[in-house]
Design a protein around this ligand. Structure first.
Ligand code: MN
Length: 513
């Protein structure tokens, strides 16, 4: 914890002490308004990079056109006072016309400020970060150029800070911006280059590559650096504050086991699960899109840095956690009743209501109320986070205790590698929680809780063993009774799907009391 606080303090000092940086802050605030961003230099100032005529047209015709059209469209929509950055972040709520013009207005407002007639050299934190992540600064430039050159048709190339505070170079088509919630794997744009013909054609004609390489002569690295420092600081503060809020909140209200069993059965049904989990993920993406990170070599795609600084968020478990499903039903019903529409209330306890159509209606309702539900200042949302965290902690505890038990049982003949980590691909895609090496042979294993067994004929039913899933890459299915500590090891060949795992008797390999 201390190091995080220190980090913030360092950043804070930096930003407060340097006058330049507070100027930049004002600039950003200014940019959020949907006005015309003043050009911070004359049309001729950047002539090494671009001619005065292009600059004049680009600024006065193209850019001002986007701003005017955007304001017209918003006036027609009676959208009231909205900040441009908010529109961009929530662009999925708007139509294509607004998407194009808001993007055009925002991208160019950034772009003008990212250029400077004064030659500059990048130094400091961002320089170090770029060198570290791309190998060298030159390698970074080469990659940026390559991605720019690969953009077919109109668009932009960007250097982006993603949800895990990593840098990334990406390209967007048309006037899309990495901050838009419709852009997969986006983030906060730090540097951008306009790749539309209108930006270069008069001077460069078909030599777009030259325009791209000349860009480096006019980058305003001071502005870009300030954006980076500010963004890192804001993000740190945001997640630290939310982490505190979650930590301070005293209550974690779960749904009763008797209630959540209905939701478990929905999540265990393939068709309903598909509708529910995709729906929840989409809704969460539209709200926490700037925390969404695409997959890397070892880690899965998902939300990062929401209730912790950079770590994987429990939001990723929201769409499969049946207790959270149950709690969401309560939250949504409350909101429906506030709207005095009792006929629209959900009741998944009723058999006849547990069907795909009703689940889809539930997703639509959640989407309608999403801004109220998934709001960091909403106590009930904090409760969802707590429930998610506690459920996850229980899972980790089960795994640790199981490993301990197995070690004691097999003594010297066994070695256990716990592979499960929040968001590690090995676990998540393949269902591998641990590898148990017994007498030199490796057994990939998945660990689940259970409460007892029933034996009928030659079939063992493992009670309360959670969602029945197919694990194609797993050798052993291991169950642990959290109360008695008993551990059962089965061959991964269950004979049924549904609420509980069922096995033929001979699949039980070890019973560890
Ligand atoms: Mn342009």
């Amino acid at each position: 914890m201390d190091s995080i606080e220190q980090k913030i303090e360092q950043l804070e000092k930096k930003i407060i002490t340097e006058e330049k940086k507070s100027e930049a802050k004002l600039l950003i605030k200014e940019m959020k308004k949907i006005g015309i961003e003043k050009l911070p230099y004359s049309y001729t100032a950047l002539k090494k990079f671009i001619d005065a005529e292009t600059m004049n047209f680009h600024y006065n015709k193209h850019y001002k056109g986007y701003v005017d059209k955007l304001n017209d469209a918003l006036a027609k929509k009676k959208s009231g006072d909205v900040e441009l950055e908010e529109i961009i972040k929530n662009i999925s709520r708007y139509d294509q016309g607004i998407r194009n013009n808001a993007g055009g207005a925002f991208n160019h407002a950034l772009f003008w400020n990212m250029l400077s007639p004064k030659p500059m050299k990048l130094k400091g934190d961002l320089y170090n970060k770029i060198s570290k992540e791309f190998g060298t600064f030159t390698k970074f430039k080469k990659k940026f150029e390559q991605i720019a050159k690969d953009r077919f048709g109109s668009g932009w190339v960007w250097l982006v800070l993603n949800g895990k505070n990593n840098l990334k170079i990406m390209s967007t088509p048309n006037q899309d911006n990495p901050l838009m919630n419709v852009v997969e794997g986006g983030g906060f744009p730090l540097l951008g280059l306009d790749l539309w013909e209108h930006a270069y054609y008069l001077k460069y004609k078909n030599k777009r590559d030259e325009y791209i390489t000349n860009f480096w002569d006019v980058v305003n690295w001071d502005f870009v650096s300030n954006l980076y420092d500010m963004k890192i600081k804001t993000k740190l503060i945001e997640s630290v504050e939310f982490q505190k809020k979650v930590g301070e909140s005293s209550f974690a209200n779960f749904c009763d086991k008797s209630e959540s069993v209905y939701f478990q059965s929905i999540i265990n049904d393939e068709e309903m699960k598909e509708i529910y989990s995709k729906g929840v993920e989409e809704i969460l993406k539209s709200i926490f899109g700037h925390h969404w990170v695409e997959s890397t070599k070892d880690e899965m795609a998902g939300f990062y840095g929401v209730e912790s600084i950079e770590g994987r968020s429990v939001l990723n478990n929201f769409n499969t956690n049946y207790n959270i499903f149950c709690l969401l039903e309560k939250m949504i019903n409350k909101l429906i009743l506030e709207k005095k529409q009792p006929e629209k209330v959900f009741d998944f306890k009723k058999d006849e209501r547990r069907n795909p159509k009703e689940v889809a209606r539930f997703i639509r309702a959640m989407n309608f109320f999403k801004d109220k539900i998934f709001d960091k200042s909403n106590r009930e949302f904090i409760n969802l986070i707590k429930v998610g965290l506690l459920t996850w902690k229980r899972g980790v505890k089960t795994e640790n205790k199981t490993a301990e038990k197995i070690k004691n049982y097999f003594e010297d003949n066994v070695r256990i590698i716990q592979t499960s980590g929040h968001g590690k691909k090995l676990d998540a895609y393949k269902g591998i929680d641990m590898e148990i090496i017994l007498d030199g042979k490796k057994h990939k294993s998945q660990v689940k809780p259970f409460s007892g067994i029933e034996i009928e004929d030659d079939v063992i039913t493992v009670l309360d063993s959670g969602n029945v899933e197919k694990y194609n890459f797993v050798d052993w299915l291991i169950f642990r009774d959290p109360k008695k500590g008993k551990v059962l090891i089965f061959k991964n060949n269950p004979i049924s799907s549904g609420q509980n795992y069922k096995f033929k008797k001979e699949s039980l390999l070890h019973e560890i009391e």
